[in-house]
Ligand binder design. Structure first.
Ligand code: ADP
Length: 384
């Protein structure tokens, strides 16, 4: 099945959502999603992700600003006329209907398509989703994965301009989640349908999307491809939220080219000092460095001495938790390395991968790093 309309971009212009209790859930939100893009919206619980999606779907009023699909504002357009299809976390299947009916019901209700055409679309989509043998079953008789496929199939069968997906995989066990994640990506690539996918899982966002929207407290933090969000976080919030285990942060002051922390000094190459965007910012700073951007057991001048506190065996990689004068520092090392707790070790921060945040959380050193996004496991996946 191919897309019927090639103008399926989504433009958010100064979008604001205020709930009835005067709570501002989304504010000053601007973004343009291109036709055919797979966008994930990621952020902590309560950051406004679902609200954003529900405004596009027509399940919530837009308090201020505008949302356009293609060149047309969706304000005043009935939800069923917006060309969108939504997949929910709980699938929202009709329990008393068969899979076939669940998939055809929306089409019957909202289109003039002849029965034969609807039947054919349901059949084709069921085959695409691998649920053709379940068409006469009721949802209660299906596994979680099959229910997820029915919910996705029901969205696909409508041949929408835009898919809206709200945490569609969070009810699946860890192994199935990984499988369905690749299945959804493959489907979206095949169909080329613009997709907005909400998740609280930063790993899902990093692995699935063309670009990531990072939200916090209803405000856009960054909208960029995964590598950029990972390597050039716009601010401390993004740096901390994206990546697992999280980036290390140390309180520092800048004296010339030296970063002075609690119990360590770090010499920043002058070429990097020259790129600091605010030359007045010298105190109240934080140095940020990812666990994989630290050399364990390093030699040379610019090293920091630390003590091994905890060794976490994670399979192909291990994580060493070090103590630097009371500050914790996580380092990613290869799986073969298992130091003894209490060992003293010298470590080095890769200067190209050092981030520096000012007191307001702004990243003063963007554009300095190009580390590949590691295929880290989420906490839940580690258990399988
Ligand atoms: P997320 O999807 O990121 O978890 P939501 O968009 O669901 O966040 O919610 C954003 C904020 O808006 C939350 O603080 C939530 O409590 C609030 N909120 C959501 N729906 C309503 C509502 N119907 N009435 C009042 N507040 C709401």
């Amino acid at each position: 099945m191919s897309k019927t309309n090639d103008a399926a971009s989504v433009t958010f212009e100064n979008v604001r959502k205020v709930y009835s209790d005067d709570f501002v859930a989304v504010d000053s939100f601007d973004a343009t999603i291109d036709d055919g893009e797979f966008i994930t919206v990621v952020g902590p619980s309560g950051s406004g992700k679902s609200t954003l999606l529900r405004m596009v779907a027509g399940l919530e009023e837009i308090t201020g600003g505008d949302v356009r699909i293609g060149s047309e504002s969706i304000k005043g357009v009935e939800p069923q006329d917006r060309g969108i299809a939504m997949v929910f976390q709980n699938y929202a299947l009709y329990p008393h209907m068969t899979v076939r009916k669940n998939m055809s019901y929306g089409l019957k209700l909202t289109t003039e398509l002849p029965d034969e055409e609807i039947k054919q679309r349901v059949r084709e989509t069921a085959e695409m989703m691998g649920i053709e043998d379940q068409l006469d079953d009721k949802p209660a008789n299906l596994s979680g994965g099959q229910q997820q496929r029915v919910a996705t199939g029901r969205a696909i069968v409508r041949d929408p301009k835009i898919f809206l997906m709200d945490e569609p995989l969070s009810n699946l066990d860890a192994k199935l989640k990984v499988h369905m994640r690749t299945e959804l990506q493959r489907l979206q690539e095949e169909l080329g349908t613009t997709t907005i996918y909400v998740t609280h899982d930063q790993h899902e966002a990093l692995t699935m999307s063309d670009r990531i929207i990072v939200l916090n407290e209803g405000e856009l933090q960054q909208f960029a491809p995964p590598e950029e969000v990972y390597n050039e976080p716009a601010n401390r919030f993004v740096a901390d939220f994206i990546g697992s285990p999280a980036m290390n942060f140390f309180d520092v002051e800048l004296h010339g080219t030296t970063l002075l922390g609690n119990g360590f000094e770090y010499e920043l190459p002058s070429a990097i000092v020259d790129t600091i965007s605010d030359t007045d910012a010298t105190t109240g700073l934080e140095l940020g460095i990812r666990p994989e951007d630290i050399t364990y057991d390093a030699s040379g001048d610019n090293t920091i001495t630390a003590v091994v506190d905890v060794v976490e065996v994670a399979g192909s990689d291990n994580f060493i938790y070090l103590d630097i004068e009371g500050s914790e520092c996580r380092v990613r090392v290869s799986g073969g390395l298992k130091p003894t707790v209490g060992d003293r070790v010298d470590i080095a921060f890769n200067p190209d991968d050092v981030h520096l945040f000012d007191a307001s959380g702004e990243n003063l050193l963007t554009g300095s790093s190009d580390t590949a996004v590691p295929q880290a496991q989420t906490e839940s996946e580690k258990t399988t």
